[in-house]
Write a protein that binds this ligand. Structure first.
Ligand SMILES: Cc1cc2nc3c(=O)[nH]c(=O)nc-3n(C[C@H](O)[C@H](O)[C@H](O)COP(=O)(O)O)c2cc1C
Length: 399
């Protein structure tokens, strides 16, 4: 990976001294760190400390340029792979949320196209202030990142939320965002399926499953961030689809089957994270089935097998499936990989703690057609989405 540049914006809070440790940690990870300090920040830590740690001049003033250095707000903004504002005062959050650019830091933030990450630190009452919270929510909606502060004893003596997030957590988040903003899927067409399907029994009832769509949506989101053209074919979920992807809503497995096949030829990669219903009632009753004391049985017939059909039609597309099993997952997963002509399968046991349907975390074993296996640890679905995309990229490079 090329050396990345993080612009570290330091603002005027008690936690400004902790930014020294952040700068030092990022440098040790071979990241180029350029520090921009606000006027207030310089009351807490002298620029010389950052200059010595980063071996670069520290930008402190918009109108005073060091003679050895041709920096200006636009060039800092352009060379950034990521902006980290740590600690972020209530003031800088408010300024950015309201489009104010009255010093070097706020101006460069406005001029950058790089991801901007705020690590707020302030007194609990300040953090809980409705204006601060409204500014944070508004910036989140605009895709600014926030690393939430920790709870604990604050410098002012209060105990509560507002302490700068743990430095390990800040560094981990920065690395994750830096990796996820690689545009390594630029120009690639991805088809992702997500969520359950529903099969009607009568006008008021249906059968379905516990899939919430979180895994598929996370994959779509990660792929969009990495530059892919993404088509997300989704069954009914309560999730908001990621921005900038083509979303196709379906209800039944047959609808999903048809939409997937229509889009298949245009794809480089298909990731089938949906849990379509394998069966549907043979007859959908036209009116509501009335309650009675008798037992009732419903006859089910098979739905079309989407993955199997894709496996048959597959040309040079990469085909990735999921196997959500409650037992013998590796055996069933391997069988599915072979039978359906997949390139890769992500196998999980849905009975394990924090794994599978509805959770924000997942743990899978990845199995490739070549026989290569990888057991991944429990991680957030968005992290896992990136790992899956890394493996798919590897398959594209070394089929
Ligand atoms: C001793 C002291 C500590 C402060 N600590 C914080 C803090 O932790 N968080 C915060 O949002 N503001 C804090 N402030 C207030 C900011 O310094 C003030 O709002 C300033 O205008 C921020 O400017 P800046 O955002 O340009 O750095 C503190 C002020 C003083 C005097």
């Amino acid at each position: 990976m090329n050396k990345k540049t993080v612009i570290l914006g330091v603002t005027g809070g008690i936690a400004a001294y902790k930014a020294c440790e952040i700068a030092s940690r990022l440098i040790k990870l071979n990241i180029n760190v350029q520090v921009v300090m606000t006027k207030s920040a310089q009351e807490f830590v002298r620029p010389l400390v950052f200059q010595s740690l980063t071996n670069q001049p520290v930008v402190t003033d918009m109108f005073e340029r060091p003679s050895t250095w041709d920096i200006e707000h636009i060039s800092i903004a352009q060379k950034a792979d990521l902006f980290l504002i740590a600690p972020a005062t209530a003031n800088i959050i408010g300024k950015v949320a309201n489009g104010i650019a009255d010093d070097m830091l706020s101006t460069t933030i406005m001029a950058t196209k790089a991801p901007v990450v705020f690590a707020p630190a302030m007194n609990t009452a300040m953090y809980q202030n409705k204006i601060v919270q409204k500014n944070i929510s508004f910036l989140k909606e605009l895709d600014y990142y926030f690393i939430n502060p920790d709870e604990g004893r604050l410098a002012c003596g209060d105990v509560g939320i507002g302490k700068l997030a743990d430095i390990d957590r800040i560094v981990e988040n920065v690395i994750q965002i830096l990796n996820s903003t690689q545009m390594d899927y630029k120009g690639k067409n991805l088809l992702v399926t997500a969520g359950p399907t529903r099969e009607a029994i009568d006008p008021v009832r249906y059968i379905s499953n516990y899939s919430t769509g979180k895994m598929g949506y996370a994959i779509a989101e990660a792929a969009v961030k990495r530059g892919a053209n993404v088509t997300l074919i989704t069954g009914p979920t309560h999730l908001t689809p990621p921005k900038n992807c083509n979303v196709i809503h379906v209800t039944t497995t047959e609808e999903m089957y048809n939409r997937v096949l229509e889009n298949f030829n245009m794809c480089d990669v298909v990731i089938k994270a949906a849990a379509p219903s394998d069966y549907k009632p043979k007859i959908v009753m036209p009116s509501k089935i009335k309650k009675s004391d008798e037992t009732m049985s419903i006859e089910f017939v098979s739905n079309p097998d989407i993955l199997k059909e894709l496996g048959k039609r597959k040309d040079d597309q990469i085909l990735v499936g999921f196997a959500a099993e409650s037992d013998h997952e590796i055996i069933y997963g391997k069988e599915k990989l072979e039978k359906k002509n997949l390139d890769m399968i992500c196998i999980n046991n849905i009975l394990k703690d924090k794994v599978g349907f509805g959770h924000d975390t997942n743990q899978v074993e990845i199995l490739k057609k070549s026989g290569e296996k990888k057991v991944l640890p429990l991680m957030s679905k968005i992290e896992l989405a990136h790992k899956i995309l890394d493996e798919v990229l590897d398959l594209m490079k070394h089929p």
